[in-house]
Design a protein. Structure first.
Length: 475
């Protein structure tokens, strides 16, 4: 809960409790005073009526006063009713009614009868239907003898209405005061809480990475000082975060560059090694008896070894910061390059009972021969890898001219590539988690794509039971 709501809730609760307590206390005081006044008034009525009864009965020459009361009951009823603005009931000592003009008999009269017979005076205050009635019961005593009972009702509703008006006015005044104090306290709370709220929002925004927060720091109070210190802290954090991010970016770039460089060099070394290993195995296993083939094989082993040696020397220079691997564009017969790659890769294909069938058109392209050779070695190697244990043992390679481009399509049967892999297949470090990819870095197709882009060409890969990799190179 926000602090301003807490303050408002606390102040409101205190005001309500104080208002209710004050209202209840004042109402009780007013009610006690009213009832005390009524009780005093009823006692005065008792004294006056008792004297009137005693005087009236003494003026009559009755031997027995109880008989006199019975005879004079109606007279006394009229007299007391008129002079004391009340209604009453005159009874003998046994409670039998001698005279009465009561419109109703309050239950208190019957309940008080036994106590009145014992000589007690009882005053009851009765609230009913927005009316206030005073009920007075007392014994008539003449010469220390009990001769009867008076039950008198007097209407104090006007006094009750005055009390009701006073309490309503008091309640209204209290409500007005509570509302006024509430509005005043709400305004003061908002004034106090607003800077705290702004500071809280700024801290939350800062936690979410937004450092462009502004605060009003004018003033000399504690909140203003805290806001200034917060802004100073924010600026220092922002500077430190920027420094950390810059350093992190440098480290990440360096780490990525090293990994890509390492994997690129691995692929560079893989190209001559593929030829050397393939031809060496064929010579060792004496697969071909043709002397001309053996001479070509030895020649290729020698040339690829020379190239491998050159690459190693270049890598040593690069590690010392003395050089970098560069290759110039030269005009090259793409058919001859592809035939050379196919001849090298056929050795590996035959080990898995696979055939490479090709149909190539002649064309001269300006290319980086070793880089393009690396692309096709990688693509054909993938085709061999994913064609193992399939129904079709043929890998087809077609080279043809179309739309002023030289296109090379490598087609093989394979299991479909998972959609999440296929959508990112030309990104770095993407590979299928399969047995064939245990030794893969996930950079092969990415490097192929980068090399073809460097030649202003394009490379695509179709997905399905037939996988087709198509390389397009401009003239």
């Amino acid at each position: 809960m926000k602090i301003k709501y807490k303050f408002t809730l606390i102040i409101t609760s205190i005001l309500i409790v104080l208002g209710l307590s004050l209202n209840i206390s004042v109402r009780k005081i007013l009610k006690d005073n009213m009832e005390s006044s009524i009780t005093s008034s009823m006692k005065e009525v008792m004294k006056s009526t008792r004297e009137s009864i005693k005087y009236t009965l003494s003026q009559r020459n009755y031997l027995y006063k109880d008989k006199a009361l019975k005879e004079e009951a109606n007279y006394l009823l009229d007299y007391i009713s008129q002079n004391f603005d009340s209604t009453l009931q005159i009874c003998d000592i046994s409670g039998n009614v001698l005279a009465s003009n009561l419109s109703f008999k309050p239950i208190e009269i019957s309940q008080n009868l036994s106590e009145v017979k014992e000589g007690k005076t009882i005053v009851n205050i009765k609230y009913q239907n927005n009316e206030l009635i005073g009920v007075l019961s007392y014994p008539i005593i003449i010469n220390e003898s009990y001769i009867g009972i008076i039950n008198l009702n007097k209407d104090y509703t006007p006094l009750y209405e005055e009390y009701y008006k006073a309490t309503n006015i008091l309640t209204l005044i209290e409500i007005i005061l509570i509302v006024f104090i509430f509005l005043l306290s709400t305004r003061l709370t908002n004034k106090i809480a607003k800077p705290i709220t702004n500071l809280t929002i700024a801290a939350k925004s800062l936690g979410e990475g937004n450092y462009d927060v502004l605060l009003n720091t004018e003033g000399t109070d504690e909140i203003s000082i805290l806001s200034r210190e917060f802004l100073n802290m924010k600026n220092k954090i922002k500077e430190q975060i920027l420094d950390i991010e810059n350093e992190k970016e440098k480290v990440e770039k360096l780490a990525l560059s090293r990994k890509i460089f390492f994997d690129t060099v691995t692929h560079e070394l893989k190209t001559p090694l593929t030829s050397i290993i393939g031809y060496s195995e064929m010579i060792l296993e004496n697969v071909v008896d043709d002397e001309d083939f053996k001479k070509r094989a030895v020649s290729r082993i020698y040339s690829e070894s020379q190239r491998l040696n050159t690459l190693v020397l270049e890598i040593i220079k690069i590690s010392k910061g003395l050089s970098s691997i560069k290759e110039e564009y030269i005009e090259f017969n793409i058919k001859e390059l592809l035939e050379q790659v196919i001849a090298d890769m056929s050795i590996k294909a035959e080990k898995y009972n696979l055939n490479i069938i090709y149909n190539l058109e002649d064309s001269i392209l300006k290319i980086k021969a070793n880089k393009i050779k690396e692309v096709f070695i990688n693509l054909i190697d993938n085709a061999i890898k994913y064609s193992i244990n399939t129904n079709d043992n043929n890998i087809k390679i077609n080279g043809y001219i179309e739309d002023n481009l030289y296109k090379v399509a490598i087609i093989n049967e394979a299991n479909p590539i998972p959609e999440e892999i296929y959508n990112h297949v030309f990104e770095p470090f993407i590979k299928i988690n399969s047995d064939e990819d245990n030794y893969s870095s996930g950079l092969g197709l990415y490097l192929c794509s980068e090399i073809i882009k460097d030649h202003n060409g394009s490379i695509t890969l179709s997905n399905g039971n037939k996988v087709e990799a198509t390389v397009s190179l401009p003239f």
